[in-house]
Design a protein around this ligand. Structure first.
Ligand code: KG4
Ligand code: ZN
Length: 343
């Protein structure tokens, strides 16, 4: 095997068109992302058909830019890794088609990447000595799951959300509060000047031993709370003061973080985890990062979390996990399909 392995990663599972070249799993040669946030903002969420069209427009320029910025020749790419699941199929299929085309033209292997596993790879990328077993929490707009992690390639699902994902709850609550999309960063900003103890929102635990999550109840509780503030129909949050909005945001965030930390601790105790991994868009949340860090320190564990810029969707994480699959000789063929759900 060559001494330096360059993997081209491609990501189009939701509303980011991204490509990156990563050497040997951790040296980032390029990282190009085109976000569609502005396009979807006016709809308050991602519209699949519009996302797909935007990916089609952007994918080849973004890939060309990633290769150019990496400063390598096309022939120096050793494999093309692509997120093929889970996500919006009409969006995934754009990256997948581009990846297959490139793999064919460059005569290099194609590697299939699970987007959720890739989020966790972001947390592991900078660590040489990962102490195992680890428990991994993935919190994004589409997923909230806990895994037992044997290594970068072997993850066992311990629990997941039975309704809304944590990020989805942030997005929906932000919309109730008239805060901008995507909701996570807006709620975090509003929460910074709010009182997290102002409102006692429900913490749904789903039974003593359950490692599953449920966030639809808290979203409804926020809605009822706002309606209870004597709002005019159709103009929720329209009459609340900035302080009231901040208090709701802070109390909501505290409740979600509380549930995520408690469940992660339960999972870590169950599998005797030495390390806790945190990944996904919601991992950018400072309150979650600091509460998990406190819990990890208190229980003698190490918390590994991706740098904030690699928490939300990107192709570095795809290329980095692609390297580990390359080393393990796990390749896909041209029949590879895009899948909405995770296998
Ligand atoms: O991982 P990601 O970019 O896309 C998916 O795979 O879903 O995650 C996006 C989600 C959105 O729901 C967004 O509101 C949330 O991550 N998010 C945050 C923060 N930044 C992004 N949630 C809470 N706090 C943040 N700072
Ligand atoms: Zn994601």
């Amino acid at each position: 095997m060559k001494s330096e392995i360059n993997i081209l990663g491609i990501e189009t599972s939701c509303d980011e068109t991204a490509a990156a070249v990563v050497r040997d799993g951790c040296e980032i040669l390029s990282n190009v992302i085109s976000s569609q946030i502005e396009i979807h903002q006016k709809y308050g969420g991602v519209v699949p058909e519009i996302a797909s069209r935007a990916h089609i427009e952007k994918i080849y320029p973004i890939v060309a830019q990633a290769i150019a910025q990496a400063g390598i020749a096309q022939k120096d790419i050793d494999a093309v890794a692509v997120a093929n699941q889970p996500g919006l199929t009409v969006a995934l299929i754009v990256g997948l088609t581009a990846a297959k085309t490139l793999a064919l033209v460059l005569e290099k292997p194609l590697i299939a990447i699970n987007h959720i596993h890739a989020h966790l790879q972001s947390a592991m990328m900078e660590t040489k000595d990962l102490r195992l077993p680890a428990v991994a929490l993935v919190v994004s707009g589409g997923h909230t799951s806990l895994y037992e992690c044997e290594n970068a390639l072997e993850l066992k699902l311990l629990g997941s959300t039975i309704d809304d994902a944590a990020g989805e709850a942030f997005d929906k609550v932000a919309s109730i509060l008239n805060l901008s999309y995507p909701g996570g960063p807006s709620i975090e900003k509003a929460a910074a000047t709010g009182n997290p103890k102002a409102i006692d929102f429900p913490r749904t635990m789903l039974g003593k031993d359950s490692l599953d999550f449920s966030f639809s109840g808290i979203k409804t509780a926020v809605l009822y709370h706002c309606q209870g503030q004597d709002m005019k129909a159709g103009s929720l949050a329209g009459q609340m003061t900035q302080q009231e909005i901040s208090d709701i945001a802070a109390s909501f965030q505290a409740a979600v973080v509380d549930v995520l930390v408690k469940k992660t601790r339960k999972a870590a105790d169950k599998v005797g985890a030495k390390t806790i991994l945190l990944g996904g868009g919601v991992a950018a949340n400072s309150a979650l990062r600091s509460e998990l860090e406190k819990m990890a320190q208190k229980t003698g564990r190490v918390l590994l979390v991706a740098p904030k810029k690699y928490c939300t969707d990107n192709a570095v994480m795809i290329a980095s996990l692609g390297y580990h699959k390359y080393k393990a000789g796990i390749f896909a063929d041209m029949t590879l399909e895009a899948k909405a759900t995770s296998e």
